[in-house]
Design a protein around this ligand. Structure first.
Ligand code: 5GP
Ligand code: ZN
Length: 112
């Protein structure tokens, strides 16, 4: 499959990994929007949050627990944000489900 995040999982495209377990990988965003900007992705390819269902949505729990652990490892004690963009209107440019973990500064309160 021609998916850049699947290629990052396989190692065909290099990345700066910050967390990994059996189901989840997290790495630094190549174009950071905040001092800490991590992408957290399932190792199983899912197009986006619009493709979640009863059969695959358990991964969201794993991703959120990873987000909490990564936030702690980056000492984001003042707070942080998790965002997932979906489809064209949501601004999703990579069709492999991913959650942005943002922190390290007072984040913009305007969400949309
Ligand atoms: P989206 O806009 O789909 O929500 O987010 C995609 C994110 O992936 C963007 O923030 C973009 O900077 C990041 N990105 C795209 N290609 C690569 C890559 O090859 N490596 C890394 N580390 N990040 C990437
Ligand atoms: Zn993929």
């Amino acid at each position: 499959m021609d998916c850049i995040f699947c290629k990052i999982i396989s190692g065909d495209i290099p990345s700066e990994k910050v967390f990994e377990n059996e189901k989840v990988l997290a790495f630094k965003d190549i174009n950071p929007m905040a001092p800490v900007h991590i992408l957290i992705i399932p190792k199983e390819h899912i197009d986006g949050a619009d493709m979640l269902s009863d059969s695959n949505a358990d991964i969201v729990k794993d991703i959120m627990l990873a987000a909490k652990q990564i936030a702690q490892s980056f000492n984001l004690d003042n707070g942080w944000r998790v965002v997932t963009n979906v489809g064209n209107d949501g601004g999703q440019t990579v069709r492999h489900l991913h959650f942005h973990l943002l922190g390290g500064k007072k984040l913009n309160t305007e969400l949309a």
